[in-house]
Design a protein around this ligand. Structure first.
Ligand code: NCD
Length: 337
């Protein structure tokens, strides 16, 4: 593990012009949002802005020319994997894609530590998605090169939370004191685990809307409570409470998530909770004009297609913010920003 004090080796001692090896994050792992303070975020988003400008101006440039990323995915992915690939290629680097571990030596029984120690012989940074909580931390223990956690089971998804927060900052202007309503599978959704922790740095008020069996894990609730974060749990966006507005009316950011089918013990248990919430234009009638609707995607019915036409639907823009955020992170851990 390497998050704050020590740096990992990163190849040769040669320092080409433009290297920023004293910069924060150089050679560091990105494992959990717990490792960030607000100054880190300011820095990441400054770099992300520069990336956006460069992409708009010239599309692809050579900041990471000669660098190689290993994209190691033990679980399905569309956005995370392809945005890391796009990020690396827009920076002039290249990618070893391992999207189907069943075609790699993993299917022969190779352990995660051995797989990452293999890939770091060929690559400068490893992006890892794995079904087990703590897999990235384990990989980081063995790897000399930076490991970026792209989702460890029901644990965390820190780069998603960083792009989610970037979306909020860009769309709303500020995250301080916002009311953020997270809806859906808060138990198994790693994106909300990371995002709620990150938002605690901005004193957000958090509403958690989920069925009782999919509540935000107690350990995260108590972690947030220790930081003085206001949290309210509901089973409905429009709970029947005398003299109060629906939850949606106070919400600045509605963060919708998919019920994580793959984490259920049986299809029958999934079927009981799968279609409980659907956001429709009707839902948004009660919401603020400046609210935004976010979703890490994929959606499987929890936001109706008609909502896409509403300017408050930010989930497609959110993906683009992800490209700039991941470009920034790659440049930073490789000592070029
Ligand atoms: C999320 C994930 O993998 O946790 N997807 C993503 O990275 N955009 C959300 C999900 O799969 O529901």
């Amino acid at each position: 593990m390497n998050t704050s004090t020590t740096r990992k080796l990163n190849g040769s001692n040669h320092l080409p012009l433009g290297d920023q090896r004293n910069a924060p994050f150089y050679g560091k792992d990105i494992l959990s949002v717990k490792q960030f303070i607000r100054d880190d975020l300011t820095y990441i988003y400054e770099v992300a802005h520069e990336m956006r400008e460069m992409v708009a101006r010239i599309g692809t440039f050579d900041l990471l020319k000669g660098k190689i990323l290993a994209n190691l995915f033990y679980e399905p992915s569309t956005r995370t994997s392809s945005s890391f690939t796009a990020a690396m290629e827009r920076l002039g680097g290249s990618v070893i894609p391992i999207n189907e571990v069943r075609y790699s030596s993993v299917s022969k029984g190779e352990s995660l530590p051995d797989t990452v120690r293999t890939l770091e012989c060929y690559a400068d940074v490893i992006v890892l998605r794995h079904p087990e909580v703590g897999a990235s931390a384990l990989a980081a223990k063995y790897a000399r090169k930076p490991i970026i956690n792209a989702g460890d089971g029901v644990g965390e998804h820190p780069t998603q939370a960083l792009l989610d927060l970037f979306t909020i900052l860009e769309e709303i202007g500020d995250a301080e004191g916002l009311t953020v309503t997270m809806l859906g599978d808060l138990k198994n959704g790693r994106t909300v685990h990371s995002l709620s922790r990150l938002l605690s740095l901005f004193h957000a008020k958090l509403n958690f809307v989920s069925p009782a069996v999919l509540e935000m894990p107690a350990e995260i609730v108590s972690e947030l409570a220790d930081k003085g974060i206001h949290q309210h749990a509901y089973t409905d966006l429009d709970p029947v409470i005398a003299d109060t507005d629906p939850v949606i009316a106070d919400t600045d950011v509605l963060y919708v998530t998919r019920v994580q089918k793959e984490r259920f013990a049986s299809e029958a248990e999934y079927d009981e909770v799968k279609n409980l919430y659907v956001i429709t234009p009707e839902t948004l009638k009660q919401a603020k004009k400046k609210m935004i609707v976010m979703h890490p995607l994929p959606r499987v019915g929890e936001i109706s297609l008609e909502v896409d036409e509403d300017p408050r639907a930010a989930y497609f823009r959110q993906m683009e913010y992800g490209l700039y955020t991941r470009m920034a992170l790659l440049a930073m851990v490789l000592g070029k920003a």
